[in-house]
Design a protein around this ligand. Structure first.
Ligand SMILES: [Zn+2]
Length: 120
């Protein structure tokens, strides 16, 4: 059983890696906008970006799963679900996870105590 601090550290490291990757892809998008749309490089960058985006999402989902996150299957690649509250009951019966994309949560028919801000 890996200790929770190690998991949190790994998650933070992965997150900054993905943030860096996203900003690199953002720069590439900006560069693409500077080219006329008929330019072959415009097309090549679009294709490379689409592939990079989908591969990075799949990698992100795999890492999330290996760190123990639930995955929502509302789209592919899947979205890691985040803890938004705890189920009511005595004793507390466990966390409620929610998909940040579609809003599905694991509370089912049960009421839960929300600790995260409401979805906007
Ligand atoms: Zn979802």
């Amino acid at each position: 059983m890996p200790d929770p601090l190690t998991i949190a550290g790994a998650a933070a490291a992965f997150k900054s890696t993905f943030d860096a990757l996203r900003s690199a892809m953002g720069l590439l998008k900006d560069a693409k906008e500077l080219l006329p749309s008929g330019d072959q490089r415009h097309q090549a960058i679009s294709q490379a970006l689409a592939t990079a985006e989908s591969s990075s999402k799949i990698a992100e989902a795999e890492i999330a799963k290996s760190l123990g996150f639930e995955l929502c299957k509302c789209e592919f690649p899947p979205t890691p679900m985040l803890t938004v509250g705890e189920l009511n009951g005595r004793p507390k019966t466990g966390p409620v996870y929610e998909c940040p994309k579609c809003g599905f949560n694991t509370a089912g028919p049960f009421t839960y105590n929300r600790i995260a801000p409401e979805r906007s």
